[in-house]
Design a protein. Structure first.
Length: 238
């Protein structure tokens, strides 16, 4: 076995002042990369107007939950899916107008699927959910492609069967990397978002695992959806 060394050159860094005296763990969660992902991509790609409908998948996760709250603050109606009844109750508590457990209710069938004709779709999972979103997309809707969880560990990836709807519905798909959006939105995020979290306007959940020896299991739990909130590995108390 050979060993390789990797080097990262940091061209710029930000000193976090934490004027709101928030728990520092939030700066790897809602006030860090997951929050930035939600904030930056929503501002850049949603093209949303008050009264529009957005469908959010993996809605109880740190990105999905933040997107719900940003969308509600902008006056949108939100439909959300999550992987347990407990998670469904949480996404309702943070503002989702309609929420369902995708493990017990197929995204592609029933009234919930037919009700999600909407102008925006925040995709964290791909697969069947993306297919349902395309089937019931409003004309000229915007799809923000943030993740593809359903296919990360699948032995046979789900093949979306209605990609032709991208053409027929004039859907615009926005794939993105958060780092590409930081020059445009990072300053505003750091000025405003921690205060919104501190005031309670933006709510969050953390799933804390203690001990570095449990890091492997924590990663597996994230991949399998067995966590609830932002996974935090605590290696030492402050």
């Amino acid at each position: 076995m050979s060993l390789r060394s990797s080097y990262v050159i940091i061209q710029s860094a930000r000193v976090l002042k934490n004027k709101e005296n928030l728990p520092w763990s939030l700066y790897v969660g809602v006030c860090g990369p997951p929050g930035q992902t939600s904030h930056h991509a929503w501002l850049e790609y949603s093209h949303a107007k008050k009264g529009d409908i957005v469908f959010v998948t993996a809605a109880a996760g740190p990105v999905g939950a933040t997107v719900i709250q940003i969308a509600k603050a902008d006056g949108l109606r939100v439909i959300a899916s999550a992987g347990s009844d407990e998670k469904v109750e949480f996404v309702r508590s943070i503002g989702a107008d309609v929420a369902f457990n995708y493990k017990t209710t197929s995204t592609c069938s029933g009234r919930k699927a037919r009700s999600i004709s909407r102008s925006s779709y925040w995709d964290n999972v791909g697969g069947e959910a993306l297919e349902a979103a395309l089937e019931y997309a409003a004309q000229k809707s915007h799809f923000i492609i943030c993740g593809n969880i359903s296919n990360y560990n699948a032995t046979e990836p789900y093949n979306v069967k209605n990609l032709q709807n991208i053409l027929w519905r004039e859907v615009t798909l926005h794939g993105f990397l958060t780092g590409s959006l930081m020059p445009k939105y990072a300053e505003e995020f750091h000025k405003t978002f921690p205060a919104r979290v501190a005031s309670g306007e933006i709510k969050y959940l953390e799933h804390r695992v203690h001990g570095f020896e449990n890091a492997g299991q924590a990663i597996l739990d994230v991949q399998r959806g067995n966590h609830f909130g932002k996974m935090i590995l605590v290696v030492a108390e402050e």
